[in-house]
Design a protein around this ligand. Structure first.
Ligand SMILES: Cc1cc2nc3c(=O)[nH]c(=O)nc-3n(C[C@H](O)[C@H](O)[C@H](O)COP(=O)(O)O)c2cc1C
Length: 294
């Protein structure tokens, strides 16, 4: 998307674009005796956030884009019902680890991706790329490969010599935790019992990757993945962020290559998707957040 100029016939000089543009590219200028609003981005550094297009009441900003601006119809949002509905959705969303085998429809996948593209991102970088896995055989194979990798890590991490001389930093701390071996042993045992302890036989898994960029890439990723999972929830689909897969794909090139992630790219997250089996009757208690007011 690229902002070109202002249609002065349509512009009512409300100056909302001047006030809204985070980079101050809209200016009120004097042209002969008349005041006009102009757009000036001499170094082409506009981040294309689209705030000007959103705020202009008369659609007076000329832009170039494959996608079109969508008009928000008046009163389409009822704030009296919106917050309670959204709150309930957020409170009742659980990570789903049991799925019906039927595939997620193409329409549902399209709807979810269509919501995800509205996620905010630092400097509007939008470096996100996705791989969507729906082939059950490929999901199963990847799951087994991850279990094998985890199982090897377990062996290495508990070997005295390797632990002492080759494992350091965060990993050394992690492997000291009893929860590390307990959860890894659970995964290995579930896999031996024929279960899928990584993707839980979900019919669809969505991976997010991108070239490595900036310090805020992890934040961008967390937000877009959450948008996706919440969109799925509102369609009656379940999801679960799979950190085990994410970490394994980050560490082992053979695994990221298996799903077609190009070399030099980072896997930022992945979540399963499918029709949930469990029906939850209650919202579990969650501790209050630790908040200090100053
Ligand atoms: C970054 C991240 C990674 C996670 N990785 C896994 C995972 O690998 N396997 C899994 O079963 N759940 C995973 N979860 C789900 C958490 O265990 C779950 O969110 C937490 O227990 C709270 O449960 P709830 O989401 O149902 O409220 C992950 C969640 C997040 C946010």
């Amino acid at each position: 998307m690229k902002i070109i100029e202002i249609d002065h016939e349509k512009c009512i000089k409300c100056l909302e674009c001047v006030a809204e543009c985070p980079s101050h590219f809209f200016l009120e200028e004097k042209n002969d005796s008349e005041k006009i609003v102009s757009f000036s981005d001499p170094y082409s550094v506009c981040i294309q956030c689209g705030h000007c297009l959103s705020i202009c009441p008369t659609d007076a900003i000329i832009y170039q884009s494959v996608e079109k601006v969508i008009k928000i119809s008046k009163n389409s949002m009822n704030f009296n019902t919106l917050f309670p509905q959204l709150k309930l959705l957020l409170q009742t969303k659980r990570s789903i680890r049991r799925y019906h085998p039927e595939p997620v429809s193409e329409t549902e996948i399209k709807e979810i991706l269509d919501v995800m593209k509205y996620a905010p991102s630092a400097s509007n970088a939008r470096a996100w790329k996705f791989i969507i896995l729906t082939d059950p055989k490929k999901i199963k194979t990847l799951s087994l490969k991850i279990v094998n990798a985890i199982s090897l890590t377990r062996k290495l991490a508990t070997n005295f010599f390797i632990k002492k001389f080759f494992i350091y930093g965060e990993l050394r701390k992690t492997i000291r935790e009893p929860s590390f071996t307990i959860s890894i042993d659970r995964i290995i045992n579930d896999s031996l019992a024929g279960k899928d302890p990584i993707f839980f036989n979900a019919p669809c898994v969505i991976f997010l990757y991108s070239p490595k960029y900036g310090n805020l890439a992890g934040c961008d990723s967390g937000i877009i993945m959450t948008y996706g999972m919440l969109a799925a929830e509102s369609l009656g689909l379940g999801s679960c962020w799979i950190g085990f897969a994410q970490e394994s794909l980050q560490r082992l090139r053979s695994l990221s290559k298996f799903i077609g992630i190009p070399r030099g790219h980072m896997v930022w997250g992945c979540f399963t998707l499918g029709k949930p089996i469990p029906i939850f009757h209650r919202i579990p208690p969650k501790p209050d957040l630790s908040v200090k007011r100053i």
